[in-house]
Design a protein around this ligand. Structure first.
Ligand SMILES: Cc1ncc(COP(=O)(O)O)c(C=O)c1O
Length: 456
């Protein structure tokens, strides 16, 4: 029988807090009949966000094309029928057959058009890989960047644990750079310089820098100058850049806008910086997390290196076909004037407006609680408030008590990384509007009572 200690160190050492012990306890309480509000993970449809009608109608026909002839005429709008015919043609054998290792060619071409239109730059379908969610794309990029334990990957602190867990799994070295909480979680050249110098002193060979924009869990949105600063830093130090842009549609503050790394890289013409950019169907307004669709786009990545990524993809044969189709729908929405356009736009606007409202409710509400400080949530789907806790009390204990007493499931800041001596938790902004105010109020009440009790 295999024993736990037989499992490799790397597997035993990696941690994934957003599905860790607090969530396991929440599930146990739920089985006992408690009502749990899951604010631990950015899984919009699990908290009531409705799927986009466009996506679901096309998917229904993509899986079962005969359906179109079995329902009364007019059930599906003409552009849905047209798209399903295109899918039948392009997928050739239907969704039950393996696809190319890199993913369906027509989807990669549609992504290249999407990038070109978004950024006004050229994009190459051959440098795009379809992946099971952005997670698998990030893992492929990290897999080729980490050769041994001296290879360092710079990651933001706080970060999304996909990064720390994968670097541990592949036996690389994490090089944290702290985002500046007092400054809206911005990142600065000074912080990056300090972090890389410190890594080199420890004998680490920095290979790449990861940036999450808009940020998870920070909620911060980088401006163009910030993106340029990171790219110039990467150029000076010979680093590759991993740009996690899965929240590109989730920008809340008027006047802010998403600026892609690809666009700035092209403007600066930095031909020596390899860029790996990621996008996903899980976030934005689609929220199709369960369909596991996403892509990785490479720029300035030499052919033989891209071939290794293709090989990695081919070891798992291909990304799932339905996720690839949802990725196609993400980048090819109904065009103006087509029958589905108005409904698509209305649903998109409603989802984004609700998220924008909830981002403000969460950040303002939590910031108003004595003992909690919360930066404005300017992007993505999370708040990462700082909590003042009595000496000797950690944020894990705090979050567990919050769960036990209120049924609200959030994740302790230690799962994301934070400055030593500080305590945080991460919550999503996803519960429905009528619930989110209650969540904020109950966290406030809990905080006051918990701190009073623990201070004695
Ligand atoms: C920053 C970031 N990157 C990547 C992912 C992975 O998303 P998926 O694999 O569902 O595309 C997430 C999920 O929450 C995320 O927050």
């Amino acid at each position: 029988m295999i024993r736990h200690e037989d499992i490799g160190r790397a597997v035993r050492d990696c941690e994934y807090a957003v599905r860790g012990p607090i969530v396991a306890r929440a599930q146990e309480l739920e089985r006992q009949g408690r009502r749990i509000i899951y604010c631990n993970i950015g899984n919009p449809q699990s908290l009531g966000q409705r799927p986009m009608t466009w996506v679901r109608q096309v998917l229904a026909l993509a899986e079962y094309p005969e359906l179109a002839t079995l329902v009364p005429a007019g059930t599906f709008p003409e552009d849905v029928l047209e798209t399903s015919r295109l899918l039948a043609r392009e997928t050739r054998h239907g969704l039950g057959a393996y696809t190319e290792s890199k993913g369906y060619r027509f989807v990669r071409e549609a992504i290249a058009r999407f990038i070109s239109e978004r950024d006004g730059i050229a994009a190459d379908a051959e440098a795009i890989f379809l992946t099971d969610g952005a997670s698998k794309g990030v893992q492929s990029a990290l897999r080729i960047l980490v050769a041994d334990e001296r290879d360092g990957i710079m990651i933001p602190i706080p970060q999304y644990p996909l990064y720390s867990a994968t670097i541990t799994l592949y036996g690389g070295a994490q090089v944290g750079y702290h985002l500046d909480e007092a400054n809206g979680w911005k990142l600065s050249r000074e912080i990056l310089d300090r972090s890389i110098a410190d890594a080199r002193r420890r004998g680490i060979r920095p290979r790449a820098i990861c940036v999450i924009n808009p940020g998870n869990p920070s909620g911060a949105v980088l401006d163009e100058a910030n993106v340029e600063m990171v790219l110039r830093f990467a150029a000076e130090h010979g680093l590759s850049v991993l740009a996690d842009e899965v929240y590109q549609a989730n920008v809340w503050r008027p006047g802010d806008r998403f600026v892609s790394f690809a666009r700035v890289l092209e403007r600066l013409a930095l031909r020596d910086v390899s860029l790996f950019s990621f996008h996903s169907v899980s976030k934005g307004y689609l929220g199709e997390c369960g369909h596991r669709g996403g892509y990785l786009e490479c720029r300035n990545v030499p052919g033989p290196v891209q071939d290794e990524i293709t090989k990695l993809q081919s070891i798992a044969l291909c990304a799932n076909s339905v996720g690839q189709v949802v990725t196609y729908l993400l980048v090819s929405p109904p065009r103006a004037g087509s029958p589905s356009h108005a409904l698509y736009e209305r649903e998109r606007r409603e989802i984004l407006e609700a998220l924008r409202t909830k981002a403000a409710i969460v950040s303002k509400g939590l910031d108003a609680v004595p003992g909690i400080r919360c930066n404005e949530v300017t992007g993505a789907m999370y708040a990462f408030p700082r909590v003042d806790l009595p000496p000797g009390v950690g944020d894990f204990e705090y979050c567990m008590a919050l769960l036990e007493e209120t049924g609200i499931c959030v994740v302790d800041g230690s799962g994301f990384g934070q400055l030593p001596g500080t305590a945080h938790f991460r919550t999503t902004i996803l519960p429905p509007l009528d619930e989110i105010e209650t969540v904020v109020r109950r966290i406030g009440e809990f905080h006051g009572a918990f701190v009073k009790r623990r201070r004695g």
